[in-house]
Design a protein. Sequence first.
Lengths: 246, 411
Amino acid sequence: MDRSVLARIYLEAVLPCLETLTEADNEASRIASGWEGSIRFEVGLWGPRCLVDLRNGRARVSHGPAHKATIALFFPHPALLTNLFTGRQPALAIPRKGLFRLRDLAVFSRLAAHMQKVLEGQAGGRDLQARLMLGVMARSVAVLAVHDRDLSTAMSRLNGVAQFRIRQGPRAYVTFSESSAEAALGHAEAPDFTIEFSTSELFLAVADDAVDVMAKTCLGEISITGDIHMGQTMNTALDAVGAYLR
Amino acid sequence: MAYTFDRSRELFERAARVIPQGIPGHLTPVFTVPGSYPYFASRAKGSRFWDVDGNEYVDYMCGYGPMILGHAHEAVDEAYHAQAREGSCTSIASHLSVELAELMVETIDGADWVMFAKNGADATSMAIMLARGFTRRPLIVLAEGGYHGTQSWAGTNTVGITQHDRADILTVPWGDAGALGDMARRHGGKIAGVMFTPYHHPVFEDQRLPEPGFWPEVRRICDEHGIVLVIDDIRAGWRLDLEGSPHFFGFKADLACYSKAMANGYPISAVVGTERLRVTASKAYFAGSFWCNAPEMAAAAACIREMKAAGVPNTVRSLGERLTKGLASLAQARGLCVSITGPPAIPFMRFANERNFLRSQLFCGECARRGVFFHPHHNWFLSAAHTEEDIDRTLDIADTCFAIVKDRFGG
């Protein structure tokens, strides 16, 4: 497993869940309202960066610059960041900014722990879990399309929009063009490929690698339409996302 | 009245409990249009098959190629069953292996010897090993998007494959002799073989016939660099030319792989080779429990004799031309733009103004629900059992389905 890709998945696919979480979940919003400020995560000299801004009980996640951050944490090696998320040691960071405000990280830590519980289905309910996971999946696919050594070659040939959705529920999509990929939440106009899961439970079971996707598709519980070749690549990418996050 | 698939669905629910994917591999309904296609067949005869709901189809997939004489062909089936009654898997080689090998050497241009196996993947894997054994080099060049089976080196499957499985595989765009020449120079002396299909037939894409000069240039590059030229004729073999697709396109291969239509549905494959690779083949140990089964050899011999007697390549080409010209004309009349590529006997149709196959899926799904079995993403196959009446009935149904596409998409 490429630790730098995993670090990027955490920063660009998992942390953005905080936006949805603090918007949709009262407990998350309550935790977030305990601090106003921003934390920037930086991995290596040329690795991914991410700014988490907490204001009025809401989180905003962006690529914002270091000078806007209250606290900036530099992780010399990707493994040091991924260890932070997986609970392994060492999980060391060098505080580049806000050395004397590190105690404020406690709010972020509580919020991150709550997000982890929601993602694992221990808080917030299944629909919220599915909503967050859908975003994680879509954003992770975009990360892998550009940065995963094995997948990026195959995915660089993709051109178009892949939509992921839960019937009568949340949606996310990835736009592929010219070797780039960008994920967004919501409805895509005229997607080239669409995969729709009949229920949140089914989607979560798929995300948990506990479902025969091909069989469920033939039974109509998962619907796929459009560019099946793109769909095959999505299937491979989603499998890789699962492998990274497990 | 459009077909329904209730029994297919019931059977699939049972299948999904005991078979991963329910229907794994190339027959998976995921690659057609779940809900618009039958899942399970009950019987087949000639150009038709019937699903478990009793719906009848004109079959343009022909079992994905093998059924070149049509389903349940009496002469081939009788040859198979007659031999089966005399013994299937004997403890010493069947005399039929000699007779079939002689027939193939007599039939296929440039074939000096034959080695038998069961499936196309056996043959392509065997050919690669022979190329490496002959040259004592490691690298194999394939075409990007080319299909040679699902074995670990072939690049089709992604589950359980490591980088080592394909470490000695290089790829170039199909039809780009310049890229092949560059690769041969760059890897000077390390390329054992080049394995290409005689024309490019990827899934989800237009098929590509070779440009004039492509095959002579590939042959020249292989000769210059001491590379074995392997032709994977599994899909196209016997439909273009009974002497082999290299003969059809006017060049000589060192090794060629055959299966699919070789025995009209019975499992057998073969690698044929030229004299200079005979000694290498004589040193290799290739085997499978059922590779020497006699009934399949009897079926293959009967099938090849039938194909020769009936001039099958001309028949399927003529039928394919009637079908493809008819489809193009009907689509144009409806204001739709279709692209039909590849040889007429093995055509691939898609709608030229889309890349997501939504029109193709609707068109093929509606055809299936009316009794014409096309595939939206894979090339089709004509057989000698198709009739002009089949084609005309198909075109009537296709016209209705083009109208549905026009109505849904506007163009």
